[in-house]
Ligand binder design. Sequence first.
Ligand code: 5GP
Ligand code: MG
Length: 174
Amino acid sequence: MHIKGRSLSLLIPEEKIKERVKELAKEIEKDLGENFVVVSLLKGSFVFTADLIREFSVPVKVDFMWVSSYGSSQESSGSVRILQDLSMDIKDQKVLLVDDILDTGYTLKKVVEFLREKEPSVLKVCVLLDKKERRKVELKADYVGFEVPDKFLVGYGLDWDEEGRNLRGIYAVD
Ligand code: 5GP
Ligand code: MG
């Protein structure tokens, strides 16, 4: 597999993701019960979110936010901007914030602070991937799919300059 002329190595195959997403959904449902709001960060987490919500056996609502962080295409920076806010009111609602990958932590820290001001009754954070060793700010996700090494990853929603989101597994760019 190639992208932009660089070869890709499979890190997490589709089947393993599927299995883990099921486990995460079970765990989340056990903690949150029913009628929680899934807040998904565009664009990277749309594939993960689509699979995760279909593993819930309880009613949930889904909303999206769009955030961007200044920096190079491969590294986020301290300044995170909210480009598109939620469409629904989450005051007194149980909220599950979903992102593709936790890297430095800048993005999720900012979004968590932003959402807390909206006074949800519960706010939990779920990420598919966690590059733990790269953390710059303190932020711990409540639910983590996989801990991953410090490599640039694509696939399953994650892009490299908008390419690679459609890959079924998660790949490291060599
Ligand atoms: P953080 O703010 O935690 O440094 O970065 C989180 C965001 O950076 C993720 O939502 C994702 O958009 C992007 N990111 C971090 N690492 C990777 C990676 O390995 N691959 C891709 N495609 N995006 C990444
Ligand atoms: Mg992202």
